[in-house]
Design a protein around this ligand. Structure first.
Ligand code: RIB
Length: 342
């Protein structure tokens, strides 16, 4: 293997000079620098990235922990983080916590050991205090999407309650009186905010909030299917469903179909996220669009700034989500239908 000393002999300079050229740790004259570069090319010298990162205390690597990398929302956000990181010469190590606090803490520890330069974190549904403590002593970290309620961290969020309100208000304005909600994991701040918005919108529309019309899912499609089946079997089934994310809305639409009913003629459905596929469904999904790409980009920018200056005061950025009306919502059906689900 070609060493730094072989390059020094070939270029007729000291090994220290070669190291300054490779690591940019001190200015070297253009003539000497060209001799070293030429010797490196001639010999096929590859600087030792690990040794260089230890010297520089930089690995040019960012850790990204998401709760479910199979969810298009997180995949789209990860794409945005990777794109922004690539632009500043950093690689991204993607970790999937699977919404499990223990797995999340293990990945956080692994990233600390690998000395990543910074971490973008979307907290798992059951993030523990131990994880929060681990976050305190780690490298620069930006929390995205799910607030850890830790004022020490930079965070980039969207207004979950306003989104839940807009989704439910849209259904009430269409004349629906029995509006159900399929919620996400109970200990998740993003789901709790959306359910709070749902409750507020129903009250503002003069509708009673029937807690039996709020059914818990886990942010995955099958839980939306099961929750919608349960709602459709009621003696007084809903004519509209607000699902707290698109995957559960897609599951709910399948349950309506399997009950021999149609969206939106019999049941209107609204989701939350606006994942890429939402507009290509049949019918295309009415949903709350999250600024997913912006979330990833802003998080990476805040992280880079924190990596460059750890003394910066914590920043809290709130981005806006918005209602996208497509074709899964319509006026409340005039006829009442008994839903029989096998
Ligand atoms: O789809 C996954 C959900 O979890 C998204 O709505 C996102 O906001 C996250 O909290």
């Amino acid at each position: 293997m070609v060493t730094i000393h072989d390059v020094a002999v070939r270029a007729g300079v000291s090994a220290t000079t070669v190291s300054h050229v490779v690591n940019g740790t001190r200015p070297v004259s253009p003539q000497l620098s060209e001799r070293v570069q030429r010797a490196m090319r001639d010999l096929g010298y590859q600087p030792n990235a690990l040794a260089r990162s230890l010297r520089r205390k930089q690995t040019h690597t960012i850790g990204l922990i998401v709760p479910d990398n199979s969810n298009p929302f997180f995949a789209e956000m990860a794409h945005s983080v990777e794109y922004a990181a690539y632009g500043i010469g950093h690689a991204v190590v993607l970790c999937n916590s699977d919404d499990d606090a223990e797995r999340e803490a293990l990945y956080l520890d692994l990233l600390l050991k690998r000395q990543v330069d910074g971490i973008v974190l979307v907290a798992a549904a059951t993030s523990s205090d131990a994880m929060r403590a681990l976050v305190e002593r780690g490298p620069p970290l930006v929390v995205v999407d799910r607030d850890l309620a830790n004022p020490a961290n930079d965070c980039v969020l969207t207004d979950h309650e306003a989104g839940g309100y807009a989704a439910s208000e849209h259904l009430a304005q269409l004349g629906h009186k029995r509006i159900a909600c399929i919620a996400g994991p109970s200990d998740l701040e993003s789901s709790a905010g959306r359910v709070a918005g749902y409750r507020a919108a129903l009250r503002a529309a003069g509708l009673r909030v029937d807690t039996s019309m709020i059914v818990r899912g886990d942010f995955r499609d099958h839980s939306g299917y099961v929750a919608a089946q349960k709602l459709l079997k009621r003696a007084d089934p809903p004519t509209a469903i607000f699902a707290c994310n698109d995957l559960m809305a897609i599951g709910a639409m399948a349950a309506v179909r399997d009950a021999g009913l149609s969206v939106p003629e019999d049941v209107s459905v609204v989701g939350f996220d606006d994942i890429h596929i939402a507009g290509y469904l049949n019918p295309p999904l009415t949903t709350i669009a999250q600024p997913t790409t912006e979330l990833g980009r802003v998080a990476t920018e805040l992280l880079l700034q924190r990596m460059q200056d750890r003394t910066l005061p914590p920043r809290r950025v709130m981005l806006r989500n918005r209602l996208i009306i497509r074709r899964t919502t319509a006026s409340a059906p005039s006829r009442s239908i008994s839903y029989f689900v096998e």
